[in-house]
Design a protein around this ligand. Sequence first.
Ligand SMILES: *[C@@H]1O[C@H](CO)[C@@H](O)[C@H](O)[C@H]1NC(C)=O
Ligand SMILES: *[C@@H]1O[C@H](CO)[C@@H](O)[C@H](O)[C@H]1NC(C)=O
Ligand SMILES: *[C@@H]1O[C@H](CO)[C@@H](O)[C@H](O)[C@H]1NC(C)=O
Length: 539
Amino acid sequence: MRAAGGGGGAGRKEVTALWMWLLLIATACGFVFLLLNLPDHRSSSGPGGEQTGGAHLSAKDKLQIGDVTKLNVLPDEIEGQADEIAAEEDERISRSPPSTKEKIWLMQDQLIMARAYLQFASSHGSAHLIRELKMRMKEIERAISHSSGASRLSGSVLQKMKAMELALSKAQRAYPHCSHMSSKLRAMIYNSEELVRAHQSESSFLEQVAVRTLPKGHHCLAMRLTSEYFSLDPKERQFPKRFSVLMDDFHHYAIFSDNVLASAVVINSTIAASKDPKRIVFHIVTDSLSFPAMTMWFLTNPPSPATIHIKSLDELKWLPADFSSRFKQKGIRDPRYTSALNHLRFYLPEVFPSLSKVLLLDHDVVVQKDLSRLWELDMKGKVNGALETCSSGKGYHQLDDLVNFSDPSIINKFDAKACTFAFGMNIFDLKEWRSKGLSATYDKWFQAGKRRRLWKAGSLPVGQLVFYNQTVPLDHRWHVLGLGRNSNTRRDEIESAAVIHYSGNLKPWLEISIPKYRDYWNRYLNYDNTYLQQCNIHR
Ligand SMILES: *[C@@H]1O[C@H](CO)[C@@H](O)[C@H](O)[C@H]1NC(C)=O
Ligand SMILES: *[C@@H]1O[C@H](CO)[C@@H](O)[C@H](O)[C@H]1NC(C)=O
Ligand SMILES: *[C@@H]1O[C@H](CO)[C@@H](O)[C@H](O)[C@H]1NC(C)=O
């Protein structure tokens, strides 16, 4: 567990994480044991308690919930995950005047409650209530999207809130047990939002929301996929067993991600470009919250004829116990830098003990050409085949751009002018890696970096030290960087690249992405997909 002031980015993530928890709990509504994971800090009073019916909470009541220490109620495994998920809506909402803002939060609360009841009602076959809740939810969703940014709420919005409140109290009477749970959860969600507001200046919060978060549609997608996953029979949740998962003469691709659509594009584009997709095995490693959604997506959109295998971080029992939380450093708020999934790349030989080579793709890439030649590349006894960035004129060039050469432990071991390399598309020779013990090298530097400021935040700088003198340069046409910022990358350069990489903040799945680069990504997503349609995700 972390101390309360852990940083606003983390708070934001908790909000999202809690949403997912809510969903899980709503799915299992009635199974109190899940709640045992969520210690109750306020059972005697306040909105979590039984006296206050969940649906009747006024904004005034809510504002009294401010004790940040209660955030410790989060289960450990939620930490360090879901980098890029949160509601984009928040940005617009926070521009609204206070009275509108409060109403919108109230409506969001209503939606959470309604969702919980809906899940419960669905499994208890109360058709009338289901219909009513669904209708009210639609109305409220519409009202929220029309109201954010507005200076005043219209009378019809207030009426809809009232109607929703009635529907919720009906549901509450039908399922008093469920209400207790969801109001408790809702209070926790509110609590973490409160923390975000209390501990972060609005501007830096907004910046993070815009840059590191997913649009509402993606959120909806994750929720829908997750609930469908849990509605499957456990034996339907499995991918067909294939021996290729472990076989070394296949081409193994690793993707560490909690973003379903991003992973879908990486995989779909790889297959579309491959000359021999039967020979491909994709290994997605995701966090425990995203695992159901990720699995559900690929169960319904199998990347045939390739093989896919999805693992959750918490299946990796050999990881240090503090792995998910160890990246939380004081003063570093960007969740990118605290992500366990990001640092998992330094344990590739342990993640894939039976493999000798693996291609690691970041989730913000699109594959445009057959990549099989990378497995035949002469690696000259080195571990990492990567794009070098010293000559490209973009981003970082040499080691002292990323690493602190005032420190004696650095200056004596490394050349400040050494060329840096990029992550995003790397072929790793895991045999060489094992024989050189680079995972231990990583541990050593990571620990040293906790004591002194040796490098800039993130996995890239420490990667430069771990793979120092262990990198073979790839031709620049393999990997074109910078489509996530205004890099003026030429069209022909993009179109002839084997892999294009939306490095930078303007990811192709965000509204703030760069229009001229968007279509290279969009074309690998089938927007007619039912889930995307249901969640209003469009080009
Ligand atoms: C670089 O390292 C030195 C020595 O450890 C330290 O005093 C200094 O604060 C560090 N500089 C930065 C910018 O982190
Ligand atoms: C660089 O790596 C090669 C091959 O792995 C090794 O033989 C050599 O000693 C290394 N050089 C330095 C300066 O570490
Ligand atoms: C994969 O990409 C192709 C275009 O290459 C597209 O037609 C197809 O619909 C995509 N599949 C999915 C599941 O998005």
